[in-house]
Write a protein of this length. Structure first.
Length: 246
């Protein structure tokens, strides 16, 4: 009789099971600090609004600066997952990272890429006035842009590149990838598991559309930012579970 142990190969989880697992893991973390996570999401929205008050370059600058604060949320989630408290100070953690300049370049690349696609989609529908109204912040000079439809055309397409690049930050922070390699690896991982990410994205799209549909539903946006990061964190843990560097 042979005593060699046979190895059993388990089939990979289905895309639906994978997406459901990310939500389950994300909400597990959310329950540990629900109000703190909402507060951090609000802080990011306020920071973006303040930077956008700067004349001419404020909107573009916000897409290069505020994502660096969002990187800190990844660091905070990693600490929360390891049993440490989630602190508001985590928003500054990216600036204290040993490779902070490369990290900033990564965060700005993601933020500006998402914004660039949003503006391009809006310009394709509304014409070149979008560049003056949205990019330079002269929205009141173009009444035709002050519509709910523009918000949909401008905001919803951004979820696609944001999803494609969502794993770049944790691959840089926790797996030690260089910035270009983290961007490429994120694209590869997300496209390789495209159906799972698409299924995970659908509820976020519905939440985003609902938030933009009525003014009194706008507070739903406070749920979107932490939800997206929580799902990204769970996806990273699932698809690239062995960190190489902290």
């Amino acid at each position: 009789m042979s005593t060699a142990a046979s190895s059993v190969s388990l089939p990979p989880p289905s895309s639906l099971a994978r997406a459901t697992g990310w939500y389950r893991e994300g909400f597990r973390l959310w329950r540990r600090a629900p109000f703190r996570l909402i507060g951090l999401g609000l802080a990011l929205l306020v920071a973006e609004a303040i930077v956008q008050l700067l004349p001419l370059a404020g909107t573009v600058l916000s897409k290069a600066l505020v994502p660096m604060l969002g990187v800190g949320l990844w660091i905070g989630l990693d600490q929360l997952d390891r049993g440490q408290p989630l602190r508001f100070a985590c928003l500054w953690a990216g600036w204290r990272h040993p490779r902070w300049l490369a990290l900033w370049g990564l965060a700005a690349t993601v933020g500006l890429s998402v914004f660039g696609l949003q503006v391009a989609c809006a310009a394709a529908v509304y014409g070149p006035v979008v560049w003056d109204g949205v990019v330079l912040g002269h929205m009141r000079s173009h009444p035709q842009l002050l519509t709910r439809e523009l918000e949909y055309v401008l905001m919803l397409p951004g979820l696609v590149p944001a999803t494609l690049l969502t794993l770049a930050a944790p691959l840089f922070l926790f797996n030690g990838n260089r910035a270009p390699a983290a961007l490429v690896a994120s694209l590869r991982l997300v496209t390789r598991h495209g159906l799972a990410f698409a299924l995970a994205l659908l509820p976020q799209l519905a939440l985003f559309a609902a938030a933009l549909s009525r003014p009194w539903l706008m507070p739903l946006l406070l749920l979107l930012l932490p939800l997206g990061t929580l799902l990204g964190f769970a996806a990273w843990r699932d698809l690239a579970p062995t960190p190489q560097a902290h």
